[in-house]
Design a protein around this ligand. Structure first.
Ligand code: ADP
Length: 168
């Protein structure tokens, strides 16, 4: 398996699946969610509405519509409330469930944004550690995906991931 950190706009990546940092309604929002809905086009909102929401720590898939990616996996991260409300386990659930869903869709490559670290306020360093550890552990038990990109929007986030992925 290959784990890599890159800096860029996740909506442009030619991977089999991208992950969205969605909210529980799945009806769109700001940040990366807004960017994905703008890039994928209006059919995405209709597909999301049909899913009827998603619990925190879990994920749901739609087609990618106008994106280069074939699938969008909408993961619902936890809102940071100080760390004592199960936030870490819920964030790990986002990464684990997204990979399980990607495997079911036969996706070989997948890109994640830094889920919950924007508007939801999860500390970026702790979130990166959870992301990398959960992806490694989950992929060990799955045949697919084989290639995972951590798509960072900021230079600071990229530095955090590069420190956790030596030699990548
Ligand atoms: P959340 O509500 O889960 O915190 P946000 O969208 O506010 O979600 O932030 C999650 C991360 O996505 C942040 O690191 C933010 O900088 C990043 N981000 C915003 N737009 C994009 C984009 N187009 N591609 C990749 N990452 C993005």
């Amino acid at each position: 398996m290959e784990l890599k950190a890159i800096r860029g706009d996740i909506t442009r990546l030619p991977v089999d699946a991208i992950v969205n940092a969605a909210n529980g309604s799945l009806l769109g929002g700001g940040g990366v969610d807004g960017a994905i809905h703008r890039a994928a086009g209006p059919d995405l909102l209709a597909a999301c509405a049909a899913l009827g929401g998603c619990p925190t720590g879990d994920a749901r898939a739609t087609p990618g519509f106008r994106l280069p990616a074939r699938w969008i996996i909408h993961a619902v991260g936890p809102r940071w409330r100080g760390g004592g409300h199960g936030e870490s386990a819920l964030l790990a659930g986002c990464y684990r469930r997204s990979l399980e869903i990607a495997a079911g869709l036969q996706a070989r490559s997948i890109a994640f944004p830094c889920i919950a670290t924007g508007i939801y306020g999860f500390p970026a360093g702790a979130a990166a550690e959870i992301a990398v550890a959960t992806v490694r552990a989950t992929l060990a038990a799955l045949p697919l995906p084989r290639e995972v990109l951590f798509c960072c929007f900021s230079a600071g986030d990229l530095a955090l991931y590069e420190a956790l992925l030596p030699g990548a």
